[in-house]
Design a protein around this ligand. Structure first.
Ligand code: GLC
Length: 561
């Protein structure tokens, strides 16, 4: 594939120029520039904060490890013009950065000459391609962010429009028709060399292992549309009637009324990044956090016309109810764990404290050791008599970025990551979930899945792609040192190991049993993490603030009103 000529755009960080930066030849790789003389890993926190302090209209006073000003001003930079200028050379980044850009450009997929996405993995050595030669919606998100940060929004716009078109296809599994709003898990461009035509085939779950529709795809699509709008300042795409309709169709799937007693979204197992049976059915944190973020994003883009107005009201109510529900019932810290441990069961009526009738004996032993005195997290799932106490990375990071977590909860999540670094990060960031299911539990919960054996793949494997989410969350909470430590670990191995999809083992030391190499989101995730550390305002693309009026009173026995 020929790589189109790249614009080399440098978004200058004012204060960066006061640090001695230099411009070097990079062979026209078209990568975003980074500071050469002072790499981010050599900067300490005060330097990084200084970069922010020096910015126009961004004032920062850091009193302690959490600073609300940092939190809000960093991501609210609407209207603030980031100085942009073009250069023919670029600063000399970590050697891995240019390799990563080369690999990312190579993974681009074209439709009628236009780039429309990136393939999941460019792994020639692997005999089994399966569906890794497709463009996955969720996998494309870090690629899209990397392109946006590099000043190349076209591929993102093409992707958003192409997937929107695909949404319009009729979706059937056997004789059953899926909802109109469903977005594909992935699509593939078929080139006909004889007729010289391109066509697209998509998968809405009908080909996927387990036949599950991807609930996360629609949410990621809305989140990406907002990131595109924020990054380019181009509102015309989101305002197009077809984009407005696409959003409404996705929203109508998840805002419709039914038999639900909770504001969270009921899902089948395997409907998101963890796309195999892993006991995440019910109300998985990953989907709840993405749902919340998508609602916030849609609220900022939906027009308040006749059709949009109705959705806006529903969104507002749902966000309010969800933040109460999640912050109260999914939250676990030392105090809360102790309360559950002492729960009475069989309580009846709305005065019940143990509302879901969680039986204390069902608390797994590991969680008592795992829970630090300071720190906390959103548990994996909450439904009647069932609390999945496992820690999931994506859901917790998205909870921070979307402000589903309160500022205090966000800090506690980062505290926990630091306190349980060996378990959650170990040798390769970041564990997809903790701990792994083993023996009998593995048999029952995964259905004896040989790919998801303990500490492998979705069952406690370590996924480099999650580095960008950890980095964004670290920056948003004003704790970039956490991201820096994680990036250093990734830099020690990722390129050398050929950008694996995942790592195995308790501390993530082994390249995954069946991991693809040159997995695109491992590559893009690294680039996004690097670029956010270099210019932390990029986090604003993917982060949103808490609405003050949404702050619920955290009184656990007061949900019935
Ligand atoms: C695996 C992952 C899924 C990812 C896909 C393509 O199926 O579980 O999350 O989207 O590979 O990389």
């Amino acid at each position: 594939m020929d790589r189109p000529k790249k614009k080399v755009v440098l978004r200058a960080v004012n204060s960066m120029s006061s640090l001695s930066t230099s411009v070097k030849e990079n062979g026209g790789k078209g990568m975003r520039a980074v500071n050469s003389l002072t790499s981010i890993s050599e900067l300490d926190d005060s330097d990084l904060l200084a970069l922010l302090v020096d910015r126009p209209r961004v004032k920062l006073e850091r009193k302690n490890s959490y600073d609300e000003k940092f939190f809000s001003e960093l991501s609210l930079y609407d209207g603030w013009e980031t100085p942009t200028f073009s250069i023919s050379d670029s600063f000399d980044p970590h050697p891995m950065v240019s390799k990563a850009w080369e690999a990312l450009f190579r993974s681009q997929v074209y439709f009628r000459g236009q780039p429309v996405g990136t393939i999941a993995a460019y792994d020639h050595a692997s005999e089994e391609v399966l569906n890794y030669d497709q463009v996955f919606v969720r996998d494309f998100v870090p690629s899209a962010l990397a392109f946006l940060m590099n000043g190349e929004p076209d591929i993102v716009k093409n992707f958003l429009l192409k997937t929107l078109q695909i949404q319009g296809h009729e979706k059937k599994i056997d004789w059953f028709k899926l909802g109109d709003g469903a977005m594909p898990a992935s699509f593939k461009v078929l080139h006909n060399p004889i007729k010289k035509t391109d066509s697209v085939i998509a998968d809405f779950g009908e080909s996927a292992i387990g036949r599950v529709a991807p609930v996360d795809s629609g949410f990621w699509w809305i989140i990406l549309l907002r990131a595109y709008t924020k990054s380019t300042g181009d509102h015309s795409l989101a305002e197009r009637p077809e984009c407005q309709k696409g959003m409404r169709l996705i929203l109508s799937l998840c805002l419709s009324e039914g038999f639900d007693t909770f504001p969270t979204l009921l899902c089948a197992d395997g409907c998101s990044m963890i796309d195999r049976r892993m006991g995440v059915y019910g109300y998985p944190i990953e989907i709840q956090a993405l749902f919340f973020m998508a609602l916030q994003s849609a609220r900022s883009m939906l027009k308040e016309d006749a059709e949009g107005k109705e959705f806006m009201d529903k969104i507002q109510k749902r966000l309010h109810a969800m933040s109460f529900h999640m912050r109260s019932y999914f939250w676990l810290d030392f105090q809360q764990l102790n309360d559950i441990y002492r729960y009475k069961t069989e309580e009846y009526s709305h005065t019940a404290v143990n509302k879901f009738n969680v039986i204390p004996d069902s608390i797994p032993d590991w969680v008592f050791d795992f829970m630090p005195l300071q720190g906390g997290y959103f548990v994996g799932n909450v439904s009647p008599a069932r609390m999945d106490f496992r820690w999931f990375a994506l859901g917790n990071c998205i909870a921070i970025l979307s402000s589903l977590a309160t500022p205090e909860q966000s800090m506690a999540i980062m505290d926990l990551i630091e306190a349980r670094w060996d378990e959650l990060v170990g040798d390769m960031p970041l564990k997809i979930c903790y701990p792994a299911l083993e023996s009998h539990e593995w048999r029952i919960v995964t259905g004896c899945d040989p790919k998801n054996t303990r500490w492998s793949y979705h069952n406690g494997g370590s996924w480099p792609v999650l580095l960008w989410l950890l980095t964004a969350a670290s920056i948003k909470t004003g704790r970039p040192q956490i991201a820096r430590r994680a990036i250093d670990l990734a830099e020690a191995r990722l390129l050398k190991d050929g950008w694996p999809e995942y790592y195995d083992g308790k501390s993530g030391r082994f390249i995954g049993k069946q991991a693809r190499k040159f997995q695109t989101w491992s590559i893009a995730g690294y680039l996004v993490a690097k670029m956010m550390m270099e210019d932390p305002t990029h986090v604003g693309m993917i982060s949103m603030e808490e609405e003050k009026h949404m702050k619920p009173v955290l009184n656990r026995s007061f949900s019935w009103c």
